[in-house]
Ligand binder design. Sequence first.
Ligand SMILES: [Zn+2]
Length: 122
Amino acid sequence: MTARPSAWAAGLKLRCPQCGKGEVFQGYLKFRDTCRACGADFKAADAGDGPAVFVILIVGAIVAPLLIVLQHGLDLPGWLALTLTLLAAVVLSLALLPPFKSVLFAFQWKHKAREATSDDIE
Ligand SMILES: [Zn+2]
């Protein structure tokens, strides 16, 4: 039996949190039902809104100062500064969503986190 990879390593590589080999996504952000390498069941995978929240905070912290620098530091016209900033926001968001979703799912897997149900209450 192979050692389980760290949640960071598996998540950032978009790999299965159980074996670290199989891809965790089919398509852009849709989880596979099972790992192709080890058969781990991903059907309960749900990172919820967490990835989007982290990406919004990080991208916002990058593009807000970028807009100020482009418009006031480099003295670009407003329309150009705004266009470049919006483009950067879209590209960064699309690039960061898969790794954040994968990392949060890997930590969810590691800590066996799941949705609470009525069975959890005595
Ligand atoms: Zn696997």
